[in-house]
Ligand binder design. Structure first.
Ligand code: NAD
Length: 482
């Protein structure tokens, strides 16, 4: 049993939640209970926020950036040293195939490495002003930052949001997704070992409507970072408005990949498939739509169909193309979409298989390719959060832009073409936070600013740019005379 089982992390110590209650941790690969996490409440959130406020008044508030950076880098090393255990834990908790879970652990370590190195490199400015003045800016922490993250990429999202906030000297309170909190708690344990002062990094697991809601509405939070659904994102924004605090919203997507007739198809095809089924399609930046120029539409659709027929879904530890969906509820939600699509006459062009030895208690679905999807159909407009790829043809560049931008979301886009001028035109016209040309990163590396437009959210995490969001500018104007 882990020392964080059923516990919350406050003041650098594992503590029993006020309610004494716990929630089950269920393995999506077989439906078996793996352990228990604490069911945090408003009382626990209040203690966590107070602990973070105290940390800001103490040693952490005064620590010079290079020392903060060293602590982040120590945490990065500890995450790397525990890579195997974290990989297995994430695979059990999220149902993620082992290879994908390992990528997430490495990414989490990389966030703390990148941000640790950045801590002493964020500068203010000096600004030319009136005669007799010197004006300069400082970048200061907000204070206590609140972070709510989902279950689909716990390690990666923790790394990017907590990493950025700690780098700028904030103290954090994190509420991980109730379906998968274990690796976040394990990183909390490693943060204790790394030597972060008490109260700098607090974790209160629990339900969204309890612990999450209490965190949102706590008046002691000075900045909010939320990653999750647009519906809850709206609640976050409303709560933040009451307390007049800034928010970063990393919400959903319906990302397109646009394939022109001159594309290098051998290079593109693996990206078209993988970006739609990675993490069983439960990825905010999944490229769940492929738009293909009409002259190569039949060829591309046939080649995609061949690849989809070969895809296998099975337990995380079998390390196949797809694991299970996170929960029975998510499976029911997806099946409802697919039943409606079928009754609307949509063309199910190809499907993969669920391996014969997949446990009956797992939430398995077959990877699915749907062709000729009408652009206004729910399958082309909404986040299905399953391994389903919608393919549709376009006439010309203008039509491609219209279709690509024609959803409420704007997170990531991909473009496949050899024409250099078209690459730039498309990159400028696509309304999304990231555009990948002749590759697709599903969010890309740690160094690349990430975030959405429209219903995909606002603000940026990842890269250096996140550090401006996790800090506030103070302008100092000194009148010293001639
Ligand atoms: P969700 O919004 O239901 O839950 C996300 C988090 O919010 C969880 O921790 C949950 O407990 C909490 N929450 C739920 N209700 C709440 C409430 N009333 N008050 C406060 N907190 C509450 O989302 P989900 O189903 O866990 O995750 C899937 C969604 O997340 C998808 O829309 C996906 O696109 C999005 N997502 C976005 C990104 C990104 O970086 N843009 C990354 C991953 C996932």
């Amino acid at each position: 049993m882990h020392k964080f089982e059923g516990k919350i992390l406050i003041e650098g110590k594992w503590q029993t939640p006020d309610s004494g209650e716990t929630l089950p941790v269920v393995d999506p690969s077989d439906g078996c209970e793996l352990g228990r996490i604490a069911r945090g409440s408003a009382v626990d959130i209040d203690l966590a926020v107070k602990s973070a406020q105290n940390a800001m008044q103490g040693k952490w508030g005064e620590m010079i950036p290079v020392e903060r950076g060293r602590l982040l880098q120590k945490l990065s090393s500890l995450i790397s040293e525990n890579e195997d255990e974290l990989t297995e834990m994430e695979a059990h908790d999220v149902g993620k195939p082992l290879r994908q879970a390992r990528v997430d652990v490495k990414a989490c370590a990389r966030y703390f490495e990148f941000y640790g190195g950045a801590a002493d490199k964020v500068h203010g400015e000096t600004i030319p002003y009136l005669e007799g003045y010197t004006v300069l800016t400082l970048r200061e922490p907000h204070g206590v930052t609140g972070h709510i993250i989902p279950w689909n990429y716990p390690l990666q999202i923790l790394g990017r949001t907590i990493g950025g906030a700690l780098t700028m000297g904030n103290a954090c309170v994190l509420k991980p997704g109730e379906e998968a909190s274990q690796t976040a708690l394990m990183v909390g344990e490693l943060a204790i070992q790394a030597g972060f002062p008490p109260g700098v990094f607090n974790i209160v697991p629990g339900l969204g409507e309890e612990a999450g809601n209490a965190l949102l509405n706590h008046s002691g939070i000075n900045h909010f970072s939320f990653t999750g659904s647009p519906e809850v994102g709206t609640l976050v924004q409303q709560a933040a408005a009451k307390n007049a605090v800034p928010v970063t919203l990393e919400l959903g997507g319906k990302s397109p990949q646009v394939v022109f007739a001159d594309a290098d198809l051998d290079k593109a095809l693996p990206f078209l498939v993988n970006a739609s089924i990675q993490n069983c399609g439960q990825t905010c930046s999944a490229a769940s739509r492929v738009l293909v120029e009409h002259s190569i539409y039949e060829d591309v659709t046939a080649r995609l169909a061949e690849k989809f027929c070969a895809l296998q879904a099975g337990p995380a530890f079998s390390d196949l193309a797809c694991g299970p969906l996170i929960s029975p509820e998510q499976k029911v939600r997806l099946e409802k979409y697919l039943e409606e699509a079928k009754s609307d006459g949509l063309n199910f062009a190809a499907e993969g298989v669920i391996v014969a030895d997949a446990p009956s208690g797992g939430n398995y679905v077959k990877p699915l390719l749907i062709r000729d999807v009408p652009p206004d159909h729910a399958v082309a407009q909404e986040e299905l959060f399953g391994p389903v790829l919608a393919v549709m043809p376009f006439k010309d560049e203008e039509h491609a832009v219209e279709l690509a931008n024609g959803t409420p979301f704007g997170l990531v886009s991909g473009v496949w073409t050899q024409d250099g001028a078209r690459q730039f035109r498309m990159a400028k016209k696509l309304k999304s936070g990231q555009v990948f040309i002749n590759n697709y990163g599903a969010g890309g590396g740690v160094e690349l600013p990430f975030g959405g437009v429209k219903l995909s959210g606002h603000g940026r995490e990842k890269g250096f740019e996140a550090l401006y969001g996790f800090s506030v500018t103070k302008t100092i104007a000194i009148h010293h005379g001639e």
